[in-house]
Design a protein around this ligand. Structure first.
Ligand SMILES: [Ca+2]
Ligand SMILES: [Ca+2]
Ligand SMILES: [Ca+2]
Length: 251
């Protein structure tokens, strides 16, 4: 069968507003940090409405974690004055293990992102390294999405991953922040479940015609997987939701 996006009208609210749920945690630090932050290492505090370590270090790495133990998740934060720091995910502070996304790094000379897999305090080499994303001291919004064994980072609201890694070492853990810079600080944390996968319907990492075919095969069979607006039914509204995401290239 031939399918064309132009057959359908698109209603932006279907994707942006009609799929929503409560966020797990947010913090803008304007009234001081939430008491839920562990402030485990680095003497973290709020200064001018931003979260910052007063003793930034990579030996041992600073860490302030939230108490939620999560598998799949989305963690977003404004990085202010990006130099060297990062985001912990699926972290177990007791065993000093987890995944660390580094923002900048390389003694403050890095202008990109990379990952460490940390096992019992031992750090992997830089994984998934991508350079040239930032200028020094830039303010950027970073989002880490974890689904299954896949860890993906996005910059400034882009639908296109900046870097990703896979590992099956950690099924769940805590999220938090790392700071190794007197300059870098953090703001506007949003912890949530990962967004639903809509346009990358066959979940192969790309958004293309194969996803249209896969979506309609499921949709014509009434498969609940094609209930992409998550309203419990499979109908034309799902087609509109699918194509809105597909046209915008968002997974
Ligand atoms: Ca703030
Ligand atoms: Ca796909
Ligand atoms: Ca539906």
């Amino acid at each position: 069968m031939k399918l064309r996006a132009s057959r359908f009208s698109f209603v932006p609210c279907l994707f942006l507003a009609c799929i929503s749920h409560a966020q797990i945690f947010t913090d803008d630090f304007n009234a001081g940090p939430s008491p839920q932050w562990s402030n485990e290492r680095g003497n973290w505090t709020a200064i001018d409405g931003r979260y910052d370590s007063l003793a930034p270090s990579n030996n041992p790495t600073t860490r302030s974690l939230l108490p939620y133990i999560l598998g799949d998740l989305s963690f977003e934060v404004d990085v202010i004055g990006l130099v060297d720091g990062g985001i912990w995910v699926r972290t177990d502070p007791d065993s000093d293990s987890g995944v660390l996304l580094v923002t900048g790094g390389f003694l403050g000379m890095g202008r990109g992102l990379y990952w460490h897999i940390v096992q019992h305090g031992t750090y992997s080499v830089a994984l998934g390294r991508i350079d040239g994303l930032f200028t020094a001291n830039q303010n950027v919004r970073i989002r880490v999405v974890v689904r299954g064994d896949l860890y993906t980072a996005y910059v400034n609201g882009s639908c296109t991953p900046a870097t990703s890694i896979t590992t099956d070492l950690f099924s769940s853990g805590r999220v938090g922040l790392y700071d190794f810079s007197a300059q870098q600080s953090f703001d506007n944390v949003v912890l949530d479940l990962p967004p639903p996968i809509i346009a990358d319907f066959n979940q192969d990492g790309g958004v293309d015609g194969a996803d249209v075919q896969a979506f309609f095969e499921a949709w014509e069979n009434g498969d609940s997987a094609s209930d992409v607006n998550q309203d419990g039914g499979v109908d034309g509204a799902d087609v509109e939701t699918f194509f809105f995401a597909w046209e915008n290239g968002c997974a």
